[in-house]
Design a protein around this ligand. Structure first.
Ligand SMILES: [Zn+2]
Length: 122
């Protein structure tokens, strides 16, 4: 198997930087002018979204690094089959083979339709 530790570490650093920058954006301009408030709120919300996304990606990358250390890296967490190099090259933190990942996404999509978050609220 190819060495994925280098790319994973680089990705982790890059994500940490992204999350830190987004964190800074969220605390900038504590007392904006009323006219700029809406825009600032929008920017903060976007920054918060970026930070959340970067953090969840960091978790996945970090757990991939742990799997390398434990020697379980490169095997699908669901079916146990080897994940193809082509997939790991594109997505080094991949935890499942494409088939299992797609199965999982189908399940999530189904669950999402049965219990929409916006419904049932008053
Ligand atoms: Zn699988």
């Amino acid at each position: 198997m190819k060495d994925y530790l280098g790319p994973l570490r680089a990705k982790l650093l890059q994500l940490a930087e992204t999350a830190a920058k987004a964190g800074e954006l969220q605390v900038l301009e504590r007392d904006p002018e009323p006219a700029g408030l809406a825009q600032t709120m929008g920017e903060r919300a976007r920054a918060a979204g970026v930070a959340v996304l970067a953090n969840s990606q960091m978790e996945r990358v970090y757990s991939a690094i742990l799997r390398i250390e434990r020697g379980t890296y490169g095997f699908c967490a669901t079916c146990g089959e080897e994940i193809p190099d082509a997939r790991l090259s594109a997505l080094p933190e991949a935890e499942r083979c494409i088939e299992c990942e797609e199965d999982l996404e189908r399940v999530h999509a189904r669950v999402g339709r049965v219990t929409p978050i916006t419904e049932g609220r008053r």
